[in-house]
Design a binder for this molecule. Structure first.
Ligand code: UDX
Length: 436
């Protein structure tokens, strides 16, 4: 006799919520996912995805009979005991995490008994304790999510670790969550709620620190004639350092790193502790986005009346997410210097519309490059590695390319007729991609 699997409820069907819902359905669980936006629920119920994430559409289609989308909280509460909270926690004006959506969920749940509230949303350490006090009838588990956009399904299905935080009295709830993840085989980290909350914030802040660190190394490399790709390769082979997140470029963006670094800084500040290192991480990242403008000025003298193409707009490839994308700052700075900006992104153009005031959007890379005085590679889409760069050079008024992600083969570009400059690379040095 086959035993039916434990039903799962998901509250908030954004990136994390939809991936969580689809992946648990793929693992055989009946899933009810609830969002407050009727149009989103209607689209998902028709099998139409609202985000671009490789493999997710197939998963949603394949598991359609186990996946139900609704706007009704009661339907969710009636269907599942285990409730994953996946609402977003954007930054407030002050840089703290905005918990209003989490609070709204808590208020809706009231003192409903018997359910387990599993927090996937990234919240400041201490949030769990407050919610538990407000909802004594519920068990509370912190289970932070570490998935990356673009590889979210893969990350969910093959986690490095699964963090499960439960305080005294909620051990059984922690066991129930552990059982859900057991088939995935990742290392289980069972801990208390506050530590689980800190693991999430500390992990993202550390990765962001690695990126800002390597970006500063890149800036020094430019001064001393070294190549940051070689330096990162040499550093990364030390197992204590590791090769990941040492790709220098024009700064990190996305929905997590900027907000989580700021949230951790503010969380520390609210307790009276001044987290100095994170101030530097944030500032280096802001300045790194702007360095490209200095590079263009060094080549072109002035940018007034110059036409500059941005290749890529999304905060990273394989996503249409524009949140905190470096392209937003870069485009505005270029316009501020008097340049005319034209951009192309294979996937994010629609998402970018409305965010990039006065930027012309082209529907091809070659189209965007036509007649430009310079181009900046902003997002490392595969398509750009395969572009006909000889053709590109012939279309540009001046074939000058600043490779903001050290992504392209500099030798190939130089032989195609380009003036090429990367980030932290000695001119003309070949580049081998380090894994992220
Ligand atoms: C991140 C975390 O990796 C993930 O664990 C967490 O759950 C959410 O935040 P994500 O924002 O999807 O995931 O993207 P990620 O691949 O981590 O990249 C973040 C940013 O850092 C991108 O803008 C990327 O271009 C940049 N980056 C990454 C670098 O500049 N250099 C690197 O070496 C790696």
């Amino acid at each position: 006799m086959t035993q039916s699997k434990e039903p799962v409820g998901v509250i908030g069907v954004g990136w994390v919520g939809l991936v969580t819902a689809a992946c648990f359905a793929e693992l055989g669980h009946p899933v009810v996912a609830r969002d407050i936006l009727p149009e989103k629920v209607a689209a998902l119920s028709r099998g139409e995805l609202t985000i671009h994430e490789p493999g997710l559409a197939e998963l949603v289609q394949r598991n359609a009979e186990r996946l139900r989308f609704t706007t009704e909280m009661d339907e969710l509460l009636g269907a599942a005991r285990l409730l994953f909270v996946c609402v977003d926690t954007p930054p407030t004006r002050s840089g703290d995490a905005d918990l209003s959506r989490v609070r709204a969920v808590v208020d809706e749940l009231g003192s409903e008994g018997g359910h387990v509230l599993i927090m996937k949303s990234t919240v400041p350490a201490g949030t769990g304790e407050t919610i538990r006090r407000d909802l004594p009838g519920l068990a509370y588990v912190s289970c932070p999510e570490f998935l990356k956009e673009g590889t979210a399904v893969e990350d969910f299905m093959h986690p490095d670790r699964v963090v499960i935080g439960a305080d005294a009295g909620d051990e059984e709830a922690g066991d129930a969550v552990a059982a859900l993840y057991e088939p995935l085989g990742g290392q289980l980290v069972r801990t208390d709620v506050a530590s689980a909350e800190m693991i999430k914030l500390a992990s993202n802040a550390f990765l962001a620190t690695k990126i800002s660190f390597v970006n500063e190394i890149a800036n020094v490399c430019e001064e001393v004639g070294a190549d940051v790709a070689e330096v990162a390769r040499g550093m990364g082979l030390d197992r204590r350092i590791g090769p990941s997140f040492l790709r220098a470029g024009i700064g990190y963006g996305g929905s997590c790193f900027p907000k989580d670094v700021s949230a951790l800084k503010m969380l520390a500040g609210n307790t009276g502790y001044h987290f100095q290192l994170l101030n530097a991480v944030i500032e280096v990242n802001e300045l790194q986005k702007r360095r490209v403008v200095q590079k263009l000025l060094a080549h072109l003298g002035s940018l007034v009346g110059k036409r500059v193409a941005l290749l890529g707009l999304a905060f990273k490839p394989d996503t249409d997410d524009m949140r905190e994308a470096s392209s937003l700052v870069l485009a505005a700075r270029l316009q501020g210097e008097g340049a005319e900006v034209v951009a192309y992104d294979p996937v994010a153009a629609e998402a970018a519309r409305g965010l990039l005031d006065g930027v012309e959007l082209s529907d091809s890379a070659l189209g965007a490059l036509a007649g430009t005085d310079a181009a900046v590679l902003v997002t490392e889409w595969d398509e750009f590695a395969e572009l006909n760069w000889t053709e590109a050079a012939s279309r540009m008024a001046r074939p000058l390319l600043i490779d903001g992600r050290n992504f392209l083969d500099s030798d190939k570009l130089v032989s195609a007729g380009f003036e090429y400059e990367g980030i932290g690379r000695a001119a003309g040095v070949g580049y081998e991609q380090t894994p992220s």
